[in-house]
Write a protein that binds this ligand. Structure first.
Ligand code: PLP
Ligand code: OAS
Length: 320
């Protein structure tokens, strides 16, 4: 999910006009619409557009990364027919992987922090994944869900740990699909982009693509409580605090600069800290005003887009 502001935009690129038959689950990933948020656009004087990543067939932006990390393993010859994909995930990447695995005939093993919602565990099991909810401990701890996933894959023949946080095939998904879609859908009139980060793949890939197209496009990190990236950015990359605090949002927030984020961290123009209170309020505003039923991580992105629009002000490519 992403939001951006397009003061000059008069006509949206028609997604419906590009309707075609998808030959499989995989072909249905991506090409999601941009939805104009009418009330928030009127309120800010900037067009606020939300990329409807919930319309991916697995239900989130993470379908894109799931497809790219699996394709990468196949291309490198690490994953062969009948093999197993193992991943550490808050659940959404797992859901994308479980779908792609099912459609390609792979087995899927998921390690996730036991703080995540039961619905995601239930869905993963329904999709045929083997799921291990494990205690939520810091990345530095060998029992962290990611390290457990890596060790599981190392013990199995024909298995890969897709390593979504540090495997840059994830970032490539957004360089090659999400970023170009936004550029095309807005006829290049996008002038600001913001989203939160889990692995950082979306923020990094989209930022890189848009800035290569037009260096004047701004990019802001949207950070929830319990994440360290807001302080990291505001200290000019000097302070990487220990994680403290927590958030009701799931799948976002980060304790380190991942390999997916690292190459593009210097391209980020600003960071926004978004409290849970603001995200929850936005969940209900989007439902009441736009008829959009979204989760807290999406609502957080929208809060950030509104704040970004207010900072940049109406008028394309301001001098911020
Ligand atoms: C629902 C949801 N939104 C956003 C993200 C963040 O995306 P990325 O991993 O590309 O930073 C994730 C997971 O990371 C997620 O699960
Ligand atoms: C906690 C986190 O960063 O999760 C990454 C990703 N959203 C996932 O669903 O796995």
């Amino acid at each position: 999910m992403l939001t951006c502001r397009l003061p000059r935009l008069t006509r949206l690129y028609s997604v419906a006009s590009s309707l075609k038959v998808a030959n499989s689950f995989i072909d249905a990933i991506g090409n999601t619409p941009l939805i104009r948020l009418k009330r928030l656009s009127e309120e800010t004087g900037s067009d606020i557009l939300a990329k409807a990543e919930f319309m991916n067939p697995g239900g989130s932006v993470k379908d894109r990364a799931a497809l790219f990390v699996i394709k990468d393993s196949e291309e490198k010859g690490e994953l062969k027919a009948g093999g197993t994909v193992v991943e550490g995930t808050a659940g959404n990447t797992g859901i994308g992987l479980a779908h792609v695995c099912r459609s390609k005939g792979y087995k899927c093993v998921i390690y996730m922090p036991n703080t995540q919602s039961q619905e995601k565990i239930d869905l993963l099991r329904m999709l045929g994944a083997e799921v291990y909810p494990v205690p939520a401990v810091a990345f530095e701890n060998p029992e962290n869900y990611n390290h457990q996933a890596r060790r599981h894959a190392e013990k199995l023949p024909n298995a890969v740990w897709t390593n979504q946080f540090d495997n840059i095939a994830n970032r490539r998904a957004h360089l090659e699909t999400t970023g170009p879609e936004i550029w095309e859908q807005t006829n290049g009139l996008v002038d600001g982009f913001t989203c939160s980060t889990g692995t950082g793949g979306t923020l990094a890939g989209v930022t890189r693509f848009l800035k290569e197209k037009n260096p004047k496009v701004k990019s802001f990190i949207a950070d929830p409580p319990g994440s360290v990236l807001y302080n990291y950015f505001k200290s000019g990359g000097k302070v990487l605090n220990e994680r403290s605090g927590s958030s009701i949002t799931e799948g976002i927030g980060q304790g380190r600069v991942t390999t997916n984020l690292q190459p593009d961290v210097d391209l980020i123009d600003d960071a926004l800290y978004i409290s849970d209170e603001k995200s929850i309020e936005m969940v209900y505003r989007l439902l009441d005003e736009e008829g959009l039923y979204v989760g807290a991580s999406t609502a957080l992105n929208v809060v950030a887009a509104v704040e970004m629009a207010k900072i940049l002000g109406p008028g394309i490519q301001s001098s911020y």
